[in-house]
Structure formats: structure tokens, C-alpha cells
Design a protein around this ligand. Structure first.
Ligand code: BGC
Length: 305
């Protein structure tokens, strides 16, 4: 076990008088200032504090797999006691997880899993199931032909791929539901607005849009308001950021698939503390996922507001 004084990272060693921590964990996020990841950080930091853990939150400024991989490599070299990271597509991630595990550093994936890596545990949403829920919502809440446009965070993010696969699987046997096309938002609101705008321009028949990452629903609403303010477009979003919930309440977003990022962060730290002294048997710890609509708003959906 390594003992770290957190100020060692910022000021000269002779000045270190602050409390030492039992463990030093790193949390590697997809994008530093993304509201969704800040909630993961919040949950993780609170549990870290309770467990005498120094938690270092690191992330690229803008989502970028190669930068995230560099951070992962850097954290392995820094010999932290545990790494909690979003799962990243490709062989490099698998190799780095192997390297970390070989050096005795437990690694947990959060939010997005890479099952074929040697990560010890995955903590987060069952993303395929979440996609199925989005499919179920469109099936039960619409009638007649649905021409669906998909706005997704990034094509090379595994959780986005899984959500789309789950969505497709759910609607597959419904002939009235047609998946028309998809575009990336780059996990930004403006990206989602532009993507939705371009889909609606290209496919005038489009009457349903789904956004599969946290800011997509908000971006979609901007585009719809701009381009087809009087038409009824069925909008499905992801996540329960305050602005998304407001749009559900106001009737602009028809349904959103809730994830619980604070719980993910808290659980991941809790499991990482356990992994310091023993193995954890269950290697997937799914957090809750559910459909939230206007009718659920009165009851503060899952304590998320
Ligand atoms: C996803 C995260 C992503 C975020 C982007 C969430 O729905 O689970 O992977 O970083 O959206 O805003």
C-alpha cells in the first residue's frame, strides 16, 4: 500500500503537513467539464472522503480516445492504488489494462465497459438494456410509421454503440418503426443541434429523434424548435441532467432514459476500496436505468432533481 499526502502533488515536499491518505485512486473521465462526468466525480469524491481516499479526477478537455489512453498510461506509471476509467474502444485499452493489472493496479471500468479487457469490475448502466428501454418507449408511446433519426455521442464510444444496438434490437420486429440515419454530436449540445438540424433537413419525413448521450436531447430540442416548431416529433433523450428534466416537464422531450452517475461514482470507489484487500466476485455492478416521462416528474424521478 502506498501512502500519499495529497499536497505532495502540488507543493514542495518540505511543506507537506497535511493529512495522509490511505489510498490514491484516479478517475479518468471522457471529458473534463461535462456535467454528466462531474456528477460521477461528485459521487466518487464523497465516497472517497468517507474512506480516506485521495481521488484524482483527470480527463481530456474535449472527448478524445487517444488522450484518454495517454492519461491511463500516465496513471499506471504514477503507480496509483487503483484506476477507475471509462472503457475505451480498441486494442490499446486492452493492452494498457493488462499492463496495469500486471503491475498490481486494480482497474475498474465505469459508465462504459470493455468486457474482454482484464478490468476487475464494471460499474454502470447496462447500456444494451438502456437502448432497449428507449426502443420500448417509442413503441408504446407512438402510433403509425416512425422515421427515426439517431443522434449519438461518438461512433467510437462503446456505450453509444451498445445503446444503439439495444434500440435496434427492441424495434426490429416493428415494421412501422424505421431507423433512417444517424449522426454524431461529439457529446456536445451544439453538436447535437447541428446533427439533428442536418437530419431534419435531409429527411423531411423524420418524425422521431433519439439522442443517446447526455446533452443530445437538449441539442435536439434546439434544432426542432428552429426547424419544425409546429410538427410533432417524438423525442427520446438520455440522462437526467436538470435541463433535460425541465424539457421533459415542459413537454419538449417525450421520454428520457435515466442513468445514475453519482451512484456510479460512489459504487466504483467503494468497490475499488474493497479491491485493495480482496477480490470482488461479481464483476458487473449495474446501476439503475429507467424511462422517465412527464407523468413521472411530479414524483421527482428517482431523486434526481
Ligand atoms: C454517457 C457518457 C457520455 C455522456 C456525454 C452519457 O449518457 O453515458 O458516456 O460521456 O453521456 O454527455
Amino acid at each position: 500500500m502506498f501512502i500519499y499526502g495529497y499536497k505532495t502533488f502540488y507543493i514542495a515536499p518540505e511543506q507537506v503537513t497535511s493529512k495522509d491518505y490511505a489510498y490514491h485512486f484516479a478517475l479518468i473521465a471522457e471529458e473534463s467539464d461535462n456535467d454528466y462526468w462531474r456528477l460521477i466525480e461528485q459521487g466518487a469524491k464523497r465516497t472517497a472522503q468517507e474512506n480516506d481516499v485521495y481521488l484524482e479526477y483527470v480527463a481530456p478537455k474535449k472527448a478524445d480516445n487517444s488522450k484518454m489512453l495517454k492519461l491511463l498510461d500516465r496513471m499506471i506509471s504514477a503507480k496509483v492504488d487503483g484506476i477507475i476509467t471509462q472503457g475505451i474502444e480498441g486494442q490499446r485499452f486492452i493492452d494498457l489494462v493488462h499492463k496495469g493489472i500486471e503491475r498490481g493496479i486494480p482497474i475498474i471500468t465505469i459508465d462504459t465497459d470493455v468486457e474482454r479487457s482484464e478490468r476487475k469490475v464494471y460499474v454502470g448502466t447496462d447500456n444494451f438494456y438502456a437502448g432497449q428501454l428507449a426502443g420500448k418507449s417509442i413503441i408504446t408511446n407512438t402510433v403509425g410509421d416512425q422515421y427515426v433519426g439517431i443522434i449519438t455521442g461518438r461512433f467510437d464510444a462503446i456505450n453509444q454503440q451498445e445503446r444503439i444496438a439495444g434500440f435496434k434490437h427492441a424495434v426490429e420486429s416493428f415494421e412501422r418503426i424505421h431507423i433512417v440515419d444517424s449522426r454524431e454530436s461529439n457529446i456536445t449540445e451544439i453538436g447535437a443541434t447541428q446533427a439533428a438540424y442536418s437530419l431534419l433537413k435531409q429527411y423531411p419525413k423524420m418524425n422521431a429523434l433519439i439522442g443517446t448521450s447526455a446533452l443530445d436531447g437538449i441539442g435536439i430540442v434546439n434544432a426542432v424548435r428552429e426547424i419544425t416548431p409546429n410538427e410533432d416529433i417524438f423525442i427520446t433523450a438520455f440522462d437526467v441532467l436538470p435541463e433535460t428534466l425541465d424539457l421533459v416537464e415542459e413537454g419538449f422531450i417525450d421520454a428520457t432514459i435515466a442513468q445514475y452517475p453519482k451512484e456510479m461514482g460512489a459504487k466504483a470507489v467503494e468497490v475499488m476500496v474493497e479491491l485493495q484487500t480482496k477480490n470482488v466476485l461479481e464483476n458487473k455492478k449495474y446501476t439503475d436505468t429507467k424511462i422517465i416521462q412527464m407523468k413521472d416528474m411530479a414524483t421527482d424521478p428517482g431523486g434526481v432533481k
